[in-house]
Design a protein around this ligand. Structure first.
Ligand code: GDP
Ligand code: MG
Length: 179
């Protein structure tokens, strides 16, 4: 009997953004396929894991790290960011002030994540709660992303399960091709 073992790749992604934008909901939806309206505040660091057979020879283990309550301090410890290879910054389409906070999260992220060989960290933006009717979508999101070296952005809904798989797949593809 010959057993071929697959190559295993472990990746850590951090999901950041203001309190209440839907980070925990997005992670739970993605990793566990569940959504709940109940507001629960998790304390401490927390992460969910999802594994994939990426291709015939590669297995991917993805860790999604959740801030779990610390977002209200406006910045995180470098321990939280350590070994992260990609990030999703989330804002809430129903609360424009959470879009304004992206800047702050970018600074925190880029000052604390050290990438090998001066590579830049792959970052995407998630405009969450896309299921709620809103009067005006920030029209400058695409320009904002371009100016700030954010790779892409997605309108998501953890509630309706919209675009979350697509967003994570995009980020994962970007990362996997470097290994
Ligand atoms: P976090 O603080 O960023 O982790 O946000 P939570 O995941 O705890 O979500 C905050 C609140 O927003 C909760 O009441 C969620 O049910 C709600 N929420 C999260 N995602 C969505 C969404 O896609 N659509 C709607 N309508 N509500 C959402
Ligand atoms: Mg949370």
């Amino acid at each position: 009997l010959i057993q071929y073992s697959k190559k295993e790749l472990l990746f850590k992604f951090v999901i950041i953004g203001d309190f209440g934008v839907g980070k925990t909901s997005i992670i739970k939806r993605y990793a566990e396929g569940i959504y709940s309206n109940t507001y629960k505040l998790t304390i401490g660091a927390d992460f969910a894991i999802k594994t994939f057979d990426w291709d015939d020879n590669t297995k991917v283990i993805l860790q999604l790290w959740d801030i779990a309550g610390h977002e209200r301090f406006g910045s995180l410890t470098s321990v939280y960011y350590r070994y992260a290879v990609a990030a999703a910054i989330v804002f809430d389409l129903t609360r424009p002030e959470t879009f304004n906070s992206i800047e702050k999260w970018l600074v925190d992220l880029r000052s604390k994540v050290n990438m090998p060989n001066g590579q830049s960290l792959p970052i995407i933006l998630l405009a969450n709660k896309g299921d709620v009717t809103i009067s005006n979508l920030p029209h400058h999101i695409a320009d904002y992303c371009k100016q700030n070296n954010i790779l892409s952005w997605f309108i998501t809904s953890a509630k309706d399960d919209t675009n979350i798989d697509e967003a994570m797949y995009f980020l994962l593809s970007t990362v996997v091709k470097n290994y």
